[in-house]
Design a binder for this molecule. Sequence first.
Ligand code: PL3
Ligand code: FE2
Ligand code: FE2
Length: 231
Amino acid sequence: MTATIALPDYSSAAYLEAYSRINAMVIVGEGLADRHFRLLARAIPEDAETLQTLAAMEGRHARDFVGCGVHLGVKPDVPLARSLFVPLHALFLKASRAGDRVACLVIQCLIVESFAVAAYRCYLPVADAYARPITAEVLKDEARHLSYGEDWLRPRFQEVAEEVVACCRRAVPVALGMLERLKPDLDTIGIAPVELVGEFMACFQESLVAIGFSPARCRQVLTELAAEALA
Ligand code: PL3
Ligand code: FE2
Ligand code: FE2
């Protein structure tokens, strides 16, 4: 038996209004990812070329998602999205100015990219026919962005482990906090917010294990963060 998913009515006013906010989040998130990878290219000159390539991919993602909004005839609510991204972007800039490469990589490559992977995985089955193939392509790229961070952190695990945990404690609640304002819109476009959080946690935990944490330690850190988010 195959489960059927009830698809949203892409032409309803409620869908289009919710999409104007979600679409803007994605466009702004991709645009910031472009900037973050360019800053990382300066911080890690030996990988500058790779990081510039990743930045260019993010710029393309932003343009592709602009196209998804245009296709549905919605005007993305960019000011709202920018305001919701301020705290996370500020954390990245602070780390970047301090020359803290570990925090920059944790924020962009592990947290933001896990968030992107989770969001696009949840969106894929409920996306309209125009957005679906675009989202599937973007998802493949995001996996590469995650791996870049994992591959940099893994060989330095012993030195960076505690810094990674400290950075998670600062930045994961900020990332989850962004979802608060979007819950009703996510529901409207067919994504259960709780599923998105679950997918994020699973993806993020996998990336922590990939760099060297034991599954038990990951669960401990993430459970602590989830408890805090629900308190
Ligand atoms: C990094 O490549 C991009 C970062 C983008 C982050 C997007 C966060 C979006 C939050 C909620 C949207 C979920 C639905 C996705 C629909 C396209
Ligand atoms: Fe992206
Ligand atoms: Fe990305």
